[in-house]
Design a protein around this ligand. Structure first.
Ligand SMILES: NC(=O)c1ccc[n+]([C@@H]2O[C@H](COP(=O)([O-])OP(=O)(O)OC[C@H]3O[C@@H](n4cnc5c(N)ncnc54)[C@H](O)[C@@H]3O)[C@@H](O)[C@H]2O)c1
Length: 326
């Protein structure tokens, strides 16, 4: 198939590009390089430095490249930044996606695989979290993703031939198996890259936010999923949407919870390097625990993650070591 990947120069999008190429698709990327890195885009993909907002130009790319489906990763995704600058998030995530869908409908490209997030759930009482749980995002970032989910449902209602797969990611981690690409945001707010950088380079020193949660060791518990498992699920969802013409919503997580202190211990064991850290107060709006149920996607698409926490840590460390040598 001919697949358009928005945000293909970012962490997750660049992995999608490589894995779609491996699966024999023609891959076209649009990315405005606002947070992404052109170097991360595999050279076999066609690259356009373009924003999702540029509706006419995006429509032209969809038509010229005879695109069959869109994987939409392009977004801003820093929770704290979204609290400080909500309009920046409403504009980029919501308006950018509206323009992209408009271009798709105009070009008769009728399948979107969309990156949603566990942030749409907010704080939940029942674990693991099922797709049917009530949505109550607790920050503007989560609200933008929930709004896009609603937009996709409305467009499908109005144009039944338009299909979507909404994939709600829990915490994505790890790097491509050859270490050529990986996660390196600036600023980096995700735990695993920060623990690894602190272990390998001793700076910045790791901060643990909250050790007084109602959890076994007091630190917050999250569900981590390897980026390659995540993209495997995207490719299954792509075939389901295009072949069976179905729209649906799925969680992407491992259904296992690890505390912040578990991650530090696992990193120390995997890398055989001690990790020094400071304990800080909880951050506002950080739930004690987020664990996905992935029963639905296992039943419908026969997907479940196969890569362990150690593989996530080891692959991310391999990526950082390669970058450091470069
Ligand atoms: N990383 C995670 O753990 C995680 C968890 C849940 C959901 N997500 C979602 O997954 C997606 C990818 O996340 P990531 O970690 O790879 O982020 P990232 O910042 O590394 O990648 C985003 C890419 O999109 C590009 N971009 C942003 N706005 C754009 C626009 N309007 N037009 C064109 N390009 C634009 C950026 O330049 C960047 O290359 C996002 O939608 C994010 O909300 C990520």
């Amino acid at each position: 198939m001919n697949i358009l990947v928005t945000g293909g120069a970012g962490y997750i999008g660049s992995h999608a590009v490589k894995m779609l190429l491996e699966d024999d698709h023609h891959v076209v990327v649009i990315d405005d390089l606002s947070t992404g890195d052109k170097q991360a885009v595999d050279e076999r993909a066609v690259f356009y430095n373009l924003s999702t907002h540029e509706e006419q130009a995006v429509k032209q790319v969809l038509t010229d490249e005879k695109i069959d489906a869109v994987m939409h990763f392009a977004a801003f995704s820093l929770v704290n930044e979204s609290v400080a600058h909500p309009l920046k998030y409403y504009h980029n995530n919501i308006e950018g996606t509206r323009a992209l869908i408009q271009a798709m409908v105009a070009a008769n490209v009728l399948t979107m695989i969309f990156s949603s997030t566990a942030a749409v759930y907010g704080e939940q009482k029942t674990m693991p979290i099922k797709e049917t749980a009530p949505l109550s995002p607790s920050n503007p970032y989560g609200i933008t993703k929930k709004t896009i989910e609603d937009m996709l449902k409305d467009v499908h209602q109005a144009h039944p031939a338009f299909n979507y797969m909404i994939l709600r990611y829990f915490n994505v981690a790890g790097a491509y198996h050859d270490g050529s690409i990986g996660e390196n945001h600036d600023p980096e707010t995700h735990l695993i890259p920060n623990v690894i950088k602190s272990a390998l380079f001793k700076k910045p020193k790791l901060k643990v936010f909250g050790t007084d949660y109602d959890t076994t060791d007091g630190s917050a518990i999250r569900d981590y999923i390897h980026v390659e498992d995540l993209i495997d699920a995207h490719i299954k969802a792509l075939y389901e949407a295009t072949t069976n013409k179905r729209s649906d919503i799925y969680n992407l997580g491992s259904a296992k919870g690890y505390s912040v202190l578990d991650i530090i211990k696992a990193t120390e064991e995997t890398l055989k390097i001690p990790v020094d850290y400071d304990i800080k107060a909880r951050r506002a709006g950080d739930p004690a625990m987020l664990i996905a149920s992935h029963d639905k996607i296992f039943q419908d698409l026969n997907w479940q993650p196969t890569r362990s926490l150690n593989t996530m840590i080891a692959s991310a460390a391999q990526y950082f070591k390669k970058r450091d040598d470069a």
